[in-house]
Design a protein around this ligand. Sequence first.
Ligand code: ADE
Length: 226
Amino acid sequence: MKKIGIICAMDNEFALIKQTLAHGRTAQIGRCTFYCAEYAGKDIIAATGGIGKVNAAACAQMMISNFGVECIVFSGVAGALSDKLHIFDIIVANDVMYHDLFPASLLRDNFPNCDCFPTDARLAELAETVCTELGLHCIRGRVVSGDQFITDSIVKARIISDTHGDATEMEGAAVGHVCYLNNLPFAILRCISDGADDNGEMDFDTFVEQAAHRCAKLTLGLVERI
Ligand code: ADE
């Protein structure tokens, strides 16, 4: 049976997934709780890893090393960088990149030609198909990550100019980095909760629950089709 990892950062992003896997068991590794259940004929290992790059990286590596997952899907919310993205739209990442690594070319010292981590093309295509089926507006693009919640139009403009990112969050590039090191396919799915601008905090508070729920639905739909 295929073994699939699902990671969220926050409990509200994880709620529907946890509910869907409620018939399974939990496993504790260190301070992380993993929800393990069969769903749609697959073995699912799912967890709330916590906010930020280190939490996401540690959770991804635990899933790989302790459970042997064959791919990882990250499900959650993001701030829009691209004008093409509005509240509740979905971005399916083509690649992920850090926006707080300076100079970004440092990664190339270890990994030639590597400024960003490409997601798995098949998983991304499947996710796009599920969006169409669920009536969710979706674009493919670049998701950029850093240990910073962006609620400032000037910072937003700097990130766009540095990275050409379409959406920003705090975990995707770390998960991509860990999957890259382990040669594992991964997908980063995000629903827009805010514009990462001066209204970002208020919009996030207003829209995060619904955006998180939409992304979780998409993620479960993707898992059904993998
Ligand atoms: N996740 C959702 N919105 C975000 C933002 N504006 N900055 C960072 N992470 C986010």
